[in-house]
Ligand binder design. Sequence first.
Ligand code: CAA
Length: 258
Amino acid sequence: MAYETILVEQRDAVTLITLNRPQALNALNSQVLADLGAAFAAYDADPTQHCAVLTGSEKAFAAGADIKEMVDKEAADFFLQDFFSDWQTKVVATRKPWIAAVAGFALGGGCELAMMADFILAADTARFGQPEVKLGVAPGMGGSQRLTRAVGKAKAMEMCLTGRMMGAEEAERAGLVARIVPAAELLDDALKTAAAIAAMPPMAAMVNKEMVNIAFETNLAQGILTERRLFQILTATQDKKEGMTAFVEKRPGVWKGR
Ligand code: CAA
């Protein structure tokens, strides 16, 4: 499939998606959303693909929602189009695992897009921020909620109110990113990490993703019950039988994906 604003390639079982609007620092306009929605749907539907990496350029993962697309829109347009809602239905809804590999600016919608990933690997050059307040608005793609859950109220509030950027080290300390990688190694590291995930029993990986996400959606007792039920469902898979048998027989497992 041809995309206008992203590049998509498959490296064995890993789908690599690269944001490709360098002239606008990968600002996220409607076309980027349409392209990403189609690419994530294709990834989810492809039985040969088991992990994805979303990345940007050295300078910018993404510098936010496209301000030039929004500048002349009126409030009624945003409301009637339910602007930004498709990020939830087309990107967050992805059931298979995916990683955001972030170098440079991840601002506004760019930070929010990175936070939609299952986890963020950050180059030492990464800079995260929610500067929407400076534009007279506020985060609209989940930033006020996901950032607060990731780094806590004090830091999220300070970042949203001042619009200041957070560097990679502070982001790792605060729990926003899983790991920091030297910029030159970011893509290699992300692809290797994705390949390691892609080598896992695929249903188990999907269920692990769902379980961790449930921790953000519900209370502890309900989350623990849901975890136990999902665990019990996984024990019905052929890959559970194979994984445990392979361990006992001291050999690598061979996965059926069911
Ligand atoms: N939307 C549209 N275009 C953008 C953009 C954005 N978010 N960010 C950068 N660009 C464009 C610039 O307009 C510029 O285009 P021209 O060459 O045509 O002028 C080009 O990308 C390069 O940008 P700069 O010249 O500004 O590059 P810089 O290195 O001097 O500065 C920057 C980099 C600090 C990231 C600066 O571009 C910047 O502040 N960008 C805006 C960041 C921002 O406010 N993001 C939040 C957007 S609102 C949002 O995301 C809402 C939401 O919650 C979903």
